[in-house]
Design a protein around this ligand. Structure first.
Ligand code: PEP
Length: 254
């Protein structure tokens, strides 16, 4: 696992202000586990409130528009997210790709817009069950990443995190084998070396996401080239999320 694992909670469309104590509790837990970098991405409406509540953890967003500003009713620009306190944005999540028909080109524009606004990126990728069954998962994910990353991305090590999230594992309780995760993460690492050179590439953390919980975190985080986890359902309470953070910390000590 990476020197300092990165555990990120994606709250998706969950969370009213009544959930702020949960963010505070996650923050207090993270202060006791400094070997692990912890962050949460609440819904956009809570970013500023969470940012004001916490001291230790990173706060990020779940999406942004691909343009800097303009006539885009209901959309939120990367600069607005940064202004609200976000330091990173999750882009290309499969729920955005599927439910909002986001193509790789759309994701690529969003990545560029977020970088221009000074945000770090967690870029998601992952194959469907049909692609996994066809034996073409690695090729699919590598092609998806190539098409979603802007050309000439500089300081990739500092600004880019990649999250491998097989679509069939998200929210289903099913997970790939440790060997399958390792194979995918090694392929993603090789792609980053090709695109950014080995110095930058070795600093890019590659997270695994899909049904991570405290009970399976140790095993999944122990897979080859896994630098942390992107966590959906199990990030909604401090108790379950901090169980994952603790597993990452214990793996560091092992
Ligand atoms: C996610 O949607 O990013 C995710 C990993 O969800 P879950 O942990 O609920 O599978």
């Amino acid at each position: 696992m990476a020197e300092r694992p990165y555990i990120v909670g994606n709250w998706k469309m969950h969370g009213l202000r009544a959930m702020l104590p949960e963010a505070r509790a996650i923050d207090r837990g993270a202060q006791r586990t400094m070997k692990v970098e912890v962050a949460i991405a609440p819904p956009a409406t809570l970013i500023h409130a969470v940012y004001r509540e916490v001291e230790q953890i990173g706060v990020g967003a779940q999406d942004c528009h691909g343009a800097a500003e303009g006539a885009h009713t209901g959309d939120i620009s990367a600069a607005m997210l940064a202004d609200a306190g976000a330091k990173f944005v999750i882009l290309g999540h499969s729920e955005r790709r599927q439910n909002h028909a986001e193509s790789d080109a759309v994701v690529q524009a969003k990545v560029q817009a977020a970088l221009d606004a000074g945000l770090k990126i967690i870029l998601c990728c992952g194959e469907s069950e049909a692609v996994r069954d066809s034996g073409k998962a690695v090729e699919f994910v590598v092609a998806q990443l190539r098409a979603s990353l802007p050309a000439g991305l500089e300081q990739a090590g500092e600004r880019l995190t990649i999250a491998y999230e097989p679509i069939w594992a998200i929210g289903t309780g099913r997970t790939p084998t440790v060997d399958d995760i390792g194979e995918m993460h090694r392929a993603i690492r090789a792609l980053t070396v090709e695109l950014f050179g080995s110095d930058e590439a070795e600093r890019i953390r590659i997270l695994y996401g899909g049904s991570v919980k405290a009970e399976n975190a140790r095993e999944l985080l122990g897979a080859d080239e896994v630098g942390g986890a992107l966590v959906g359902g199990a990030s909604l309470t401090a108790e379950s999320f901090l169980g994952i953070v603790l597993a990452a910390s214990e793996l560091q000590d092992a």
